[in-house]
Design a protein around this ligand. Structure first.
Ligand code: C5P
Length: 253
């Protein structure tokens, strides 16, 4: 099955060499991991759903003028992307308290924050992706002050877009993570949204009931993860029901 050269294998995605220089193929796996991969399961069909949801948001961001690495979806599990130099940070935007913020500061999950909070973790699994202040980022040259200003502006625009689109689907965006990459055009550097935007990387709650529709379903053993992700896709009108089922093959274009 060695169709092409593997460039990088992450927990939920694999990157392969693309068909042209400057491109890569991003393959969405079914692996679900949590707590730095201490908890790991294969969720049949998850990669298919995340490929579609991420395509939906990346295309939408492009259409409102926010640059991304996305070129096009190739098939059920793969998309063609621009090769970027990933900034080694996880950029987290929070609208409501949850997760590590709730734990760290003892704030009840779901509490509205006075303003969106943008925070940075260092992308380093061996260290458990520690939260890092801007001082560290600049001192250790992971990004410049100008990069950080641009990244915060980008992250807040992404937040407004995702939150607005999800609101239309009756879903509240509690928080999410993005990654940002550099694309070089001679001396000019452009920062673009990279990686993925999916229920693996966002906290998504039903607007009325607060029911969780994201990876917390897996982290906290709240039920069937694929059903939750399928519900997000359905509400966004992205994919027809049954298209990710394992019982009956259905052609997904
Ligand atoms: O765990 P924490 O509360 O810091 O996560 C904030 C948001 O970032 C959540 O939506 C979570 O899914 C996402 N995240 C991620 N990948 C990580 C860490 C956090 O997608 N490595």
């Amino acid at each position: 099955m060695a169709r092409r050269k593997k460039i990088y294998e992450g927990k939920a995605k694999t990157l392969f060499e693309g068909p042209e220089p400057g491109t890569l193929v991003q393959y969405f796996k079914d692996d679900a991991t949590a707590f730095n991969a201490v908890k790991h399961e294969i969720i049949d069909g998850k990669g298919v759903i995340n490929n579609r949801i991420s395509e939906y948001f990346m295309v939408g961001l492009g259409q409102i003028g926010i640059p991304t690495h996305f070129i096009k979806r190739l098939n059920m599990r793969e998309q063609l992307i621009k090769a970027v130099e990933i900034v080694p940070l996880e950029i987290i935007v929070r609208n409501f308290a949850a997760g590590t913020l709730s734990k760290r500061l003892n704030i009840k999950e779901g509490t509205a924050l006075p303003r969106p909070i943008v925070e940075f973790s260092l992308k380093d699994d061996t260290l458990g992706d520690p939260l890092v202040p801007e001082e560290y980022i600049i001192a250790f040259n992971w990004a410049s002050q100008q990069d950080l200003d641009d990244i915060v502006a980008l992250a807040l625009r992404v937040n407004d877009f995702i939150s607005g689109v999800m609101y239309g689907a009756g879903i509240k965006v509690i928080d999410f993570k993005i990654e940002v990459g550099r694309i070089f055009d001679n001396d000019f550097q452009r920062l673009v949204v990279a990686d993925e935007i999916s229920p693996d990387s966002c906290r998504l709650w039903d607007l009325d009931t607060g029911r969780k529709l994201d990876k917390d379903v897996f982290r906290e053993n709240l039920g069937n993860l694929r059903d939750a992700y399928t519900e997000v896709a359905d509400r966004l009108g992205i994919m027809p029901k049954l298209s990710v089922g394992s019982t009956k093959p259905t052609l997904v274009k």
